[in-house]
Ligand binder design. Sequence first.
Ligand code: NAP
Ligand code: 3JM
Length: 348
Amino acid sequence: MAYTRKWNVAVVGATGAVGQQMVRLLQSSAIPLANVVLLSSQRSAGATVAFGDAELVVQEATPDQFTGIDIALFSAGGGVSKQLIPEAVQRGAVCIDNTSAYRMERDVPLVVPEVNAHRIADHRGIIANPNCSTIQLVVALKPIHDVLGVRSVVVSTYQAVSGAGARAVAETVRQTQAELEGRSVTPDVLPVASLPIKHPIAFNAIPQIDVFSSNGFTLEELKMVNETKKIMEEDIAVAATCVRVPVLNGHSESVRITCARPIDIDAVRTLLAQAPGVVVVDDVQNQRYPLARDASGCPDVFVGRIRRDLDDAHTMHMWIVSDNLLKGAAFNAMQIAEHLTKQEGARS
Ligand code: NAP
Ligand code: 3JM
């Protein structure tokens, strides 16, 4: 499909961990760009960011910045999305939101292009990007579901600190260094920046990401449950335990999958190897399996340790790894933007 026009694009939260990846990907994207506007809070306004041969000045995000914008990519937290997305939509922008603010709203498509790209066309101004841990899970589940009928999923995550933002990465490095030098540390970002109780992340594993709900699950865990159902099928049973580990970048997941039909593991391996966005790394004889450090910097979802359950012929286990800032956030959003511009370009 030939592009027929150029696009004005805004990145909200452009100075953040996700936003910086968005800006980098936008520079090499297939979308023909007219103007790019980088927005942040007042704190970073005035900073300059290299964009191709140009230097762009970061500006404070205000409603008027969206006048003339065609596509706005949001990753500045749920509060900012709630406040500014209605303003941007009113001014004619299509918003691709990386936060949880609108994901579960009925008229907002929740999109992972390998799974449900067809939903992009249903948007009414907002398209939501799922949570990072959901995205890598559904990319691997979809080809299995199409053939074997996934009935239930139990997932435990090993999530990198980059998922909690630039401050969490800095805290992890600082704490690790201090511990190694025998200095005491006072944690101040994790597990949840806005809560008063903190735990050290260096040499630790914290079974809390986001705040707790009254049912004993954290909101991160409930995002995985509800988003997987919305993207795939409501009656798939999902249970999640989300854990923050001192990995700088790249989320890993241990996943138990039960299917309606009995499982042939070699057929599953072939199915996954042929699936869009999936790379199978599964050669245990040679100790080859997906690793967060290898996945970091790559756009794909890596799957390995694929094995049948010892007791149940309908159940299997696998290890799923992806770069949480790329496929888990910025790359998925950019794929949505590319689909959108092709669709809209075809219409004009
Ligand atoms: P981060 O590194 O802390 O960056 C936050 C960004 O938001 C910065 O650019 C910051 O600008 C900007 N910002 C903060 N308050 C603002 C305001 N009032 N108005 C405009 N901009 C504001 O965080 P991050 O890791 O990039 O994550 C950002 C958000 O993306 C998260 O809160 C989350 O909702 C979403 N996210 C989604 C996924 C996913 O799974 N899809 C993964 C990670 C994050 P300053 O430089 O001025 O502070
Ligand atoms: C990932 O400040 C906030 O509201 C952001 C919290 C957050 C989210 C979220 O709920 O939007 C931090 C990191 C996410 C996410 O992707 O769900």
